[in-house]
Design a protein around this ligand. Sequence first.
Ligand code: GTP
Ligand code: MG
Length: 231
Amino acid sequence: ALVRRTVFVTGAVDLKGCPSPDRGECAFIGRSNVGKSSLVNMLTNRKSLAFTSKTPGKTQQFNYFAVNDKPELERQIRYGDDVGGSKDRDSFYIVDLPGFGFAKVPQKQRQQWSDFMEEYFAKRKNLKVVFHLIDARHGPTEEDGRIMQKVGNLLDSNKTTYVVILTKADKNVKGADSEKNPGKVSNKVWEKLLETMKANKVGYAPIVLTSANTRLGRDEVWKYLRLAAEV
Ligand code: GTP
Ligand code: MG
């Protein structure tokens, strides 16, 4: 099995609050409500490991989950036991980020998340994969475009893989043409996505269609998750 167990480690609000970079990690970024936390649950076979909500702005910290850790880590986290050596060969971290673009989150808070994200992209040495989630029905917003640009500038593409994920692909769309694009995405959205990616210099990135409900795309996303485990 790819995923034996997953535990919540910590919620970080700055780089100092992140666990020591002793293994690879992958981050899930995207607009508020796009389905980041739901996808984390789907990928780890858990119902409510990461908390989800109908209301945007649910995730408020950089939430760290340890995948395939030895059980000792849980004790270490809960009781502060220093057991050491809890990292297994294929351990890695999943990081579920707060969403951007939600007007009801106070500006000061949004700025803090945005600053942290920038620093995180630039400095987190063990960051192996960045998954950028975009709603399959709506396509990228202007803010998604700006994030792509940042990613293109900040990430060292030799060491970090950038992947675009189209979420909620179980929902029906109008105007999908299976000859032109691989899933139930309208041609308009598909063209706009390719255009936005190209304009922001991430045209090389793979695109994966997913659904947390039907589990569409799970195996393909795991191909990239596995990169985080190979340190
Ligand atoms: P923030 O934490 O606010 O940034 O949101 P998030 O990106 O973590 O979104 P979350 O996973 O909380 O999901 C938001 C809403 O979308 C919830 O009501 C989910 O049930 C729904 N949702 C997420 N993924 C899917 C999906 O694949 N299909 C459908 N139909 N709904 C989904
Ligand atoms: Mg969330």
